[in-house]
Structures are given as C-alpha cells and as structure tokens.
Design a protein around this ligand. Structure first.
Ligand SMILES: *[C@@H]1O[C@H](CO)[C@@H](O)[C@H](O)[C@H]1NC(C)=O
Ligand SMILES: *[C@@H]1O[C@H](CO)[C@@H](O)[C@H](O)[C@H]1NC(C)=O
Length: 161
C-alpha cells in the first residue's frame, strides 16, 4: 500500500493542505515550520493509526481538527508553542492507547474534559509542559491507564480535587 505511509517530517513546511487520504495509516509531520494547522486537516483520514506533529511552532489548534479515526493508537504532540488545546481535540480519537503531550514550554492549561473520551488509554505523558494547575476530574475516566508521566523540570503541579 504505497498510500498507507506519509512522512513529511523535516521539510520546512509552513502550510498544509490535505485531500482525503482514506487508506493512510501513518502520518508524520514533525520538524516542520507549521504555525497554523488548518481546520479539518485530519478529517478524511479514517484509517490513521499513528499521527505525529512534534517540533512545529504552532501556538493554537483549530476547534475542528480530527475527523472520525477509529483505528488511531498513537498521537505525539510535543515541542510546540501551544498554550492550551481545544477541549474536543480527542473526541474522534477514542481508540488512542498512547498519547504524548510533552515538552510544550508554553502549555499552561488543559480543558477539564480533555480526556473524557479515551476509554482505552494506556500511556499518557504530560511531562515538561508549563502546567501549574490541573482541573478536577481531569483523569476521572482513565480506568485503563498504566503509565502517567507528569513530572516537570521546574515547577510543582497542583492537582485540585
Ligand atoms: C515559539 O517559541 C519559541 C521559543 O519560545 C520562539 O522563539 C518562537 O518565536 C515561537 N514561534 C512562534 C511562531 O510563535
Ligand atoms: C468528528 O468527526 C466527524 C466525522 O468526520 C465530524 O463530523 C465531527 O465534526 C468531528 N468532531 C470534531 C470535534 O472535530
């Protein structure tokens, strides 16, 4: 399947336009210069199982980004300039087993229901972001979690209950 793998890393890309890629399984967009990810960029990729977006300087993500992707297992989002992420970012990624949101120096805030719909999640890393406060019940639906990384280089994180 020549269309099942697309590696666009390290390309100095500063813009993105995707057409429907219905058989695409693996998409790597790391180490580009993406400052803006257009709305619905990943809407027509229903076979995706691995998505990586690290090392891009975007400072926000659109509210409509991820389409239905029932086979998604792994998502990496790190080394970005994000300050927060949309609360519904993962609602169409309910199959996720591994989620790495780490090394985002400016990431200060997470919406309280961000992890509401990830019933299979096994590994979650939130390490080395700029989080100082985590909303109550953030992890209340994470019954399958085996590994949770929350360490920070410089700060103490308060979890409110
Ligand atoms: C991202 O953050 C880095 C380091 O703080 C900064 O040098 C850079 O200008 C930022 N880029 C954008 C697009 O905001
Ligand atoms: C989830 O995917 C469906 C179908 O692709 C789409 O209509 C819906 O808007 C998506 N939800 C979000 C939060 O993007």
């Amino acid at each position: 399947y020549k269309d099942s793998f697309l590696d666009l890393s390290r390309n100095k890309l500063s813009g993105l336009v995707f057409w429907p890629l219905r058989n695409l399984k693996i998409l790597s967009l790391s180490s580009n210069r993406l400052q803006v990810i257009p709305e619905k960029s990943f809407y027509y990729m229903p076979s995706l199982s691995y998505l990586t977006l690290y090392k891009n300087p975007m400072s926000s993500l659109p509210v409509q980004l991820m389409g239905h992707m029932p086979y998604i297992k792994t998502f990496h989002l790190f080394n970005t300039n994000l300050t927060t992420v949309p609360g519904n970012l993962f609602t169409n990624m309910s199959g996720l087993l591994t989620l790495h949101i780490q090394f985002n120096n400016k990431l200060q805030e997470l919406p309280s229901d961000l992890f509401c719909c990830l019933p299979n999640l096994k590994t979650l890393s939130l390490k080395s972001n700029n989080l100082q406060y985590l909303p109550p019940h953030l992890f209340s639906k994470q019954t399958t979690l085996n590994i949770l990384l929350l360490n920070s280089r410089k700060k103490r994180i308060y979890i409110c209950t």
